[in-house]
Design a protein around this ligand. Structure first.
Ligand code: ADP
Length: 378
């Protein structure tokens, strides 16, 4: 089955064409809205010529879309229908930047290839299994009932995929697998997995909650917002401040971990402190989630920083000696593109690096959803 995976943003569209594990083509169309790519339909035309060459007469069987917010309704990937599009749009208030952009991608595909099955794979879906004690904020009930204010969690496709791969790697049946999964990219989140399911995660109502990220603050005292609002900051100012100017960028002047590490190695005190804060905050979550899952069987690192930064992994592990976690310095330095152990044989739990593959997971979910729908219809 040939699957086109689309991650549609308001001004960019990322695509990948897969046939099983093979990536046939991939790319990123930027500057949507400018004269040369006026809209998402034009973005598809930009790579359609390349596709025709690569597919050599074969056609795309289905399209899988990354959809950011599935709210309380979507715990699984779904075949897209007009009703599903309306349901995604009803969630726009919860994800005002992302869901409308995702729908633009869905509509552009429908216009280009009418009749091709499309599947929505939600970033929140894996966290639908959070118990209420984990997803409720301690605020008056009407904030939840009127506005949907609760914790949703994000990066679900990655956490789900990495959970499965880690369990397979360790030879543990998924339903018995307890773990703490740290997805550390530009955005970063950590998930508590019990019995193979998400029972807690660090991102909340939006992706702002939790860890120190590239440009996001993660957890702060909400009173800081009240204080700043009284000082004259507008909602837009606060949004920019906490989502775009904070995190590593706020502390060290750059959101790119490689640059922060380079600066820290060169003796830059602000960069060293930024790394310490980020590692400390993650270590606290790992300790908390180890308790939440009733004893983790593994700590798993994934995404750009988790997979590639041996020094950040070792900073975090250095704070986890109370859990009996011990990295093997040689294994930790080895590079590789498949799942591997980076802890010592004597470590109280294995520490793994498991490369994530969100596009692969979306393609797989798309094929399965289309297959199940065809079987149900036949
Ligand atoms: P996104 O959330 O955009 O998908 P990625 O998962 O690609 O992000 O992660 C991007 C982050 O990974 C950046 O901060 C980048 O500096 C960091 N990174 C990538 N390679 C390395 C490396 N070798 N050492 C340290 N950090 C790295």
């Amino acid at each position: 089955m040939i699957i086109l995976v689309i991650n549609s943003g308001s001004s960019s569209l990322k695509y990948q064409v897969r046939e099983g594990d093979d990536v046939l083509a991939q790319g990123l169309i930027e500057s949507i809205g400018e004269e040369w790519v006026p809209d998402h339909a034009a973005a598809i035309e930009h790579f359609d010529t390349e596709l025709a060459v690569i597919l050599q007469g074969k056609t795309i069987d289905a399209v899988g879309h990354r959809v950011v917010h599935g709210g309380e309704r979507f715990g699984e990937p779904v075949l897209i229908t007009p009703e599903i599009i309306r349901a995604i749009e009803r969630l726009n208030p919860l994800a005002p930047l992302h869901n409308p952009a995702n729908v633009l991608g869905i509509r552009a595909v429908a216009q280009k290839w009418p009749g091709i099955p499309q599947v929505a794979v939600f970033d929140t879906a894996f966290h639908r299994t959070l118990p209420e004690r984990a997803w409720r904020y301690a605020v008056p009930d009407e904030l939840y009932t009127k506005h949907g204010i609760r914790r949703y969690g994000f990066h679900g496709t990655s956490h789900d995929y990495v959970t499965r791969k880690a369990a397979e790697f360790l030879g543990t049946p998924r339903e018995n697998f307890n773990a703490v999964i740290a997805h550390l990219g530009n955005g970063a989140s950590v998930t508590a997995v019990r019995g193979g399911r998400s029972i807690d995660t660090s991102m909340g109502f939006t992706p702002l909650e939790g860890l120190v990220m590239g440009t996001r603050s993660g957890d702060i005292d909400p009173s800081i917002l009240l204080f700043l609002a009284r000082e004259g900051y507008s909602p837009e100012d606060l949004d920019t401040l906490l989502n775009r100017e904070s995190g590593l960028r706020g502390l060290a002047g750059t959101n790119d971990m490689r640059s922060v590490e380079k600066a820290a190695d060169g003796g830059d005190k602000a960069a060293q402190l930024a790394l310490e804060i980020a590692a400390y905050r993650l270590a606290k979550y790992v300790g908390g989630y180890h308790v939440a899952v009733g004893g983790a069987h593994a700590l798993v690192f994934t995404a750009g920083i988790g997979e590639n930064s041996s020094s950040f992994r070792s900073l975090v592990a250095g704070q986890l000696t109370a859990l009996g976690i011990e990295l093997d310095p040689d294994l930790n330095e080895l590079r590789g593109s498949s799942a591997r152990v980076v802890s010592t044989a004597g470590s109280a739990m294995p520490v793994l690096v498991v490369p994530t593959d969100e596009e692969g997971a979306i393609a797989e979910a798309t094929a399965a959803t289309v297959g199940a729908a065809a079987a149900a219809g036949s």
